[in-house]
Design a binder for this molecule. Structure first.
Ligand SMILES: [Zn+2]
Length: 353
């Protein structure tokens, strides 16, 4: 980050993920979850080249594989990786596929894939923003082609726009992609309301670019008025969630104001829809906050009573000023709500037919 910045831990590191896993373990929740293939649960494996190439250009996959064998590189724009990273990124995508299979076959009701690197920025031709392979997109393609699902929904609440996932399904009405993100953060220039998909997929890509400073009010309203009504109309056979915790008030790379408890509420509502949900870990760079966000999601998904774990920042963040929806935030939601009116009707008539 420049000559005068004293080096520290890189934002995208294993630390927040390691702490989330350990918190889930320490509070006893891990014992209640199906965690292993031996439980008849989720199969952990690497994605094959063919599965990766359903989303990424073969030349790009090969480029990552070759550089990974030689010491690493940059997959594109700010997606640095070290030796051996091809195997790790392929494992992240493969675990997302394994989770989709486990949910589709009814072995588990829902699943959380705690993996890295994240994936939702990775496009067909290159990695971006810490993302090498787009795990959610690879898993959604698997659901569409191998499992022959006609309707797959992707809900992305990572604070950054899921541009790679948008690109992968821009023309596909079989995959509804809804991204709620901070307006004009990363990547710059993507994630606009008017980017609605193309051809047969027009209307099936929905962006909700919330202004920086949005909190519990705006996020809850975006889910009440945009995300859930779309899911009601689309009736997906499975929901994949790009689960980034960087809209947390404490995140160093986002400028939103969510407490950890909000993520639990969002997960509870998604899990209560009566269709399988697969959460795939994306961003979340506060080592302090992200583990609590993850714990709240897992508690909600598992449907167990909330653990005794207290996030001491929860009350403080909820008491911050401007947590309720502000007029300029509501104006964005109003606009998106008008944009989706027509496609909701289209979805309903398609479902009826
Ligand atoms: Zn992010």
């Amino acid at each position: 980050m420049g000559y005068y910045v004293e080096p520290g831990q890189y934002y995208e590191s294993a630390e927040a993920k390691r702490r989330m896993r350990n918190l889930v373990d320490a509070c006893g929740l891990l014992e209640l979850l199906v965690t292993d293939v031996r439980d008849g649960g989720v199969v952990r494996r690497a994605a094959t080249r063919q599965e990766l190439e359903a989303v990424h250009a073969p030349a790009y996959v090969e480029r990552v594989a070759a550089a990974s064998g030689k010491g690493g590189g940059d997959a594109g724009d700010c997606a640095f990786y070290g030796p051996g990273s091809f195997a790790i990124a392929a494992l992240a995508a493969g675990c997302a596929i394994g989770a989709v299979d486990a949910v589709a076959e009814g072995r588990v009701d829902n699943a959380y894939v705690l993996c890295r690197p994240p994936g939702h920025h990775a496009t067909r031709e290159m990695g971006m923003g810490f993302c090498v392979f787009n795990s959610v997109a690879v898993a959604a393609k698997h659901a569409r082609t191998r499992l022959r699902m006609g309707r797959v929904a992707v809900v992305d609440y990572d604070v950054h726009h899921g541009n790679g996932t948008e690109e992968a399904f821009y023309g596909d009405p079989g995959v509804l992609v809804v991204s709620v993100h901070e307006d004009s953060l990363y990547p710059l220039g993507t994630g606009k309301v008017e980017d609605r998909g193309e051809g047969a997929g027009e209307g099936y890509n929905v962006n909700v670019p919330l202004p920086p400073g949005s909190g519990v009010g705006a996020y809850t309203e975006a889910f009440d008025r945009i995300v859930h009504p779309l899911l009601d109309a689309f009736e997906p056979e499975i929901i994949l969630v790009s689960s980034g915790f960087d809209a947390s008030a404490l995140d160093p790379l986002g400028h939103m104001m969510l407490p950890s408890g909000w993520f639990g509420e969002a997960a509870a509502r998604l899990a209560a829809r009566g269709v399988g949900v697969v959460f795939v870990h994306e961003g979340g760079y506060s080592e302090v906050a992200a583990p609590f966000c993850g714990l709240r999601v897992l508690e909600a998904m598992a449907g167990v009573p909330k653990s005794n774990v207290v996030d001491v920042m929860e009350g403080e963040i909820r008491a911050y000023g401007y947590q309720e929806t502000q007029a300029h935030q509501r104006a964005v939601i109003d606009r998106v709500e008008r944009e989706i009116e027509e496609v909701k009707g289209l979805m309903r008539s398609r479902a009826a037919a």
